[in-house]
Design a binder for this molecule. Structure first.
Ligand code: BGC
Length: 451
């Protein structure tokens, strides 16, 4: 049952990746059909992260009030409506509006889906299950690249394809239960217990359900009903806020979206002469992204979050250095170094920096501000995402590709320090224990080590 829950919420992740990636294949067709200035192109393209910023802002409190399931149903409707509107567009402003709606849905889904999985999952498998969500994002990106390749002459078809996962999310979410933790927080303990028993495939009276239920209700009832934004900055939640925002800051500053966006350019530099070969090479990058996410999923609960982060930051720092050297020099032989660097970079990112901020943001915040904390963390994700994508063209004119990749590499080095000094190991630790630790006032980093 829990795998079905994770897979259904994963459809939301697929939509996230799909709606981000789809513009890459459609852009040159749109340019040919509509008169479009660079400014409008920029606005239309960035309407998704912009909408997502608003989505994340709204979703934080809405997810507490209306529940996880209702919010995912709502997002599914928006996904389908946005896809329909994009495919039927007759002007760029209309497409921008459609993408704003899609972005809004992405922002909600990016917050609610990991939370939905995390609150339903047993502690020992929580990391792996939440990273199904990241896997789904990468599958969505790959799906969008493939749609761009397969329907290279019809942008309307590309956009229309997004309706299918939107409808699938709505239909399957309809059949899914609310999370036991949200139900318990509403005082609906009986329902919470029934759902937990379904999720764990164990009778309601069995010791395993009784023990977990006792923990869930204790946390749900011991708190003030719902926290406020100010509580996020209080002594209990602040360490979690720093970790949540810090990880997304570093994830985005590692340059992932610049790399994904500019991959075709780098392939051009590396000697891929035809448009279709560059497109196919991009599909290759998309595939490495998916496959290495699977590797990350296999490792995340086994070797733990911190070790995996350290491996990821080291791998991305080194490979970004390779790309920087390859890009900064004219030598043909170094193009190959940049190309190999790019593959290693995507691999290291996908196995570590990709899934870990999503996984950890869903587990570190205390229950009464969990929605708000995740909202703040995903807001950081969209804000820094913006920053990197917008600054890329400007920076390239001033310091060149080599310079930019050096900055990204430094961000990854800073990530090593941040992990060593600040990030707690949450692997296998129940959400309630993470919360008690925060309340104890001991340094967050010492979570899991004896008092
Ligand atoms: C990031 C996205 C990125 C994607 C790439 C996600 O974890 O948040 O910004 O595009 O990974 O796979």
């Amino acid at each position: 049952m829990i795998y079905i829950v994770a897979a259904v919420a994963g459809i939301a992740g697929f939509l996230f990746g799909f709606d981000e990636g789809i513009i890459a294949g459609a852009l040159h067709l749109l340019r040919a059909q509509f008169p479009i200035s660079p400014l409008h192109e920029g606005l239309m393209t960035s309407a998704v992260p912009l909408g997502a910023l608003f989505g994340a802002l709204v979703a934080g409190s809405a997810v507490e009030r209306y529940g996880r399931r209702t919010m995912l149903l709502f997002a599914a409707l928006l996904f389908a409506a946005g896809a329909l509107l994009s495919s039927a567009t007759i002007a760029i402003w209309m497409l921008s509006l459609a993408r704003l709606i899609l972005g809004f849905a992405v922002g909600i889904a990016a917050l609610v889906a990991p939370l939905y999985i995390s609150e339903s999952a047993p502690p020992k498998k929580r990391g792996m299950l939440v990273s199904i969500y990241q896997l789904a994002i990468t599958l969505g990106i790959l799906g969008a690249y493939l749609a761009g390749y397969g329907f290279s002459d019809s942008w309307r078809t590309m956009f229309l394809l997004g309706v299918v996962p939107g409808v699938a999310l709505f239909a399957s979410m309809w059949l899914m239960p609310e999370t036991p933790r949200w139900l318990a927080a509403q005082g609906r303990t009986g329902q919470a217990q029934a759902v937990l028993s379904r999720l764990r495939a164990a009778p309601p009276q069995s010791p395993i359900i009784q023990t977990e239920m006792a923990e869930i209700t204790r946390t749900a009832t011991s708190d003030a009903p719902r926290g406020k934004w100010a509580d996020l900055f209080g002594p209990v939640a602040r360490p979690a806020l720093i970790v949540g925002i810090g990880l997304f800051f570093l994830q985005q500053l590692s340059g992932i979206n610049a790399v994904i966006y500019y991959a075709p350019e780098i392939f051009r530099e590396a000697g891929f002469d035809t448009g279709s070969s560059r497109l196919l090479a991009s599909v290759g990058i998309g595939l490495v992204n998916v496959l290495m996410t699977l590797v990350g999923m296999a490792l995340i609960d086994r070797i733990g979050r911190c070790k995996l982060l350290l491996i990821g930051f080291t791998g991305t720092a080194l490979s970004l250095g390779m790309i920087a050297i390859g890009a900064a020099t004219e030598a043909q032989s170094l193009d190959m170094v940049a190309l190999v660097g790019l593959v290693i970079y995507i691999g290291a990112f996908a196995a570590s920096l990709g899934p870990l901020p999503w996984v950890m943001m869903s587990e570190i915040f205390p229950q009464n501000v969990r929605g708000l904390g995740m909202s703040a963390a995903t807001l950081a994700n969209w804000g820094f995402n913006f920053l990197v994508v917008f600054s890329f063209p400007v920076l390239i004119a001033h310091i060149g590709l080599g310079g930019i990749f050096t900055i990204y590499a430094m961000a990854c080095l800073a990530g090593i320090l941040f992990t060593l000094r600040t990030v707690p190991e949450t692997s296998g630790i129940p959400l309630e224990e993470i919360e008690s630790h925060l309340k104890s006032g001991r340094p967050f980093r010492e979570l899991g080590s004896p008092a």
